[in-house]
Design a protein around this ligand. Structure first.
Ligand SMILES: [Zn+2]
Ligand SMILES: [Zn+2]
Length: 322
């Protein structure tokens, strides 16, 4: 026992001595000493993400931005290659948003080698440091069985952790587990309670799930008027899917009296919010002259927009017209 303690001590002292490695912000190399062995840049080098000035001091000599602020800006860059060095450094310094981001690099194998274990440990570290998104993401991985074996009770555990941090999204996921009976006994009343909690916490899409419960009579008596009211509430709260669905209801005359003018106006609203399905539906309306004068050029414009927003169907139709 004593011997192993001595070994442990000796080893940790050694580890401390040799942990002079630092991460080069110029070339992303794990360097040591004062000069990066790969690119020759000095250890304190950083480039201001705001104005592009190279600096050694912790405050940008040109615009006055601090190194830390600059790194946070760089870490949030949508260019994952540009963001990576900042993500690495901030994650090591304990920034939870960066630990969550670093997890995604490992999960997908971007820049670093794909490593699910490392990804999971980054997500857990981020979650433990108070990052709700990391717990939700872990929950979704176990929920879908992506990268890990599907495990509903693990997923539920992670959603609960996000819930404890106040996540509205977590309420919705837990509600959906009760609605579908995933890992828990199916319980529509519980599902509805969680959906309401999610809606109260600002999740606009949760109103749609509440509407669906009223539509099907899950946990409440079936009530189509109430359902329609909740779909409208979802739309008013900014849910693009709700606007799209209302478009569909008015175009098809289900739940409501058919009204193509109203239907198209909901589709336009949803399209403005970025809903690809509604863009596709608008393309179809212009192609077939449904509620508007047929106009193939306008149809193609909508199909193209829809395809760019992620609609595979729209892409197929757009290609056949070209
Ligand atoms: Zn370097
Ligand atoms: Zn600057």
């Amino acid at each position: 026992m004593l011997l192993s303690l001595i070994f442990l001590f000796a080893f940790s002292a050694l580890a401390e001595e040799t942990s002079d490695a630092w991460f080069c912000l110029n070339c992303s190399f794990e360097a040591s000493g004062d000069i990066c062995e790969i690119c020759g840049q000095v250890r304190d080098y950083w480039r201001c993400a705001s104005c592009g000035t190279s600096n050694l001091s912790p405050v940008c000599g040109n615009c006055g931005k601090s190194k830390d602020e600059s790194l946070k800006l760089q870490a949030a860059d949508s260019d994952l290659y540009k963001a990576y060095p900042a993500v690495r450094i901030l994650a090591a310094a304990g920034d939870s948003a960066s630990q969550y981001r670093l997890g995604k690099y490992y999960e997908k194998g971007i820049i670093v080698s794909q490593d699910t274990d490392k990804a999971l440990s980054c997500f857990r570290r981020a979650g433990n440091a108070g990052n709700q998104d990391a717990w939700i993401y872990l929950g979704r991985l176990y929920d879908a069985g992506a990268r890990v074996e599907q495990n509903y009770s693990m997923a539920m555990e992670y959603y609960q952790k996000a819930l404890q941090l106040g996540s509205a999204e977590a309420c919705w996921y837990i509600g959906s587990f009760y609605e579908e009976g995933s890992g828990v006994e199916q319980d529509y009343k519980m599902a509805l309670d969680y959906y309401r909690m999610a809606a109260d916490r600002g999740d606009a899409d949760a109103w749609m799930s509440i509407a669906y419960c009223y539509l099907c009579g899950y946990g409440v008596p079936e009530d189509h008027t109430a359902a329609l009211g909740y779909y409208e509430k979802a739309a008013e709260s900014g849910s693009a899917s709700a606007c799209d669905y209302l478009g569909y209801l008015y175009m098809s005359g289900s739940l409501v009296t058919q009204d193509t003018e109203k239907g198209l106006s909901w589709y336009r609203k949803a399209a403005e919010l970025g809903n690809a399905r509604s863009m596709y539906a608008l393309g179809y309306a212009y192609q077939s002259g449904q509620g508007v004068e047929a106009n193939i050029d306008e149809a193609l414009r909508w199909y193209e927009k829809a395809a760019l927003a992620g609609s595979r169907n729209a892409y197929v139709v757009w290609k056949t017209f070209r």
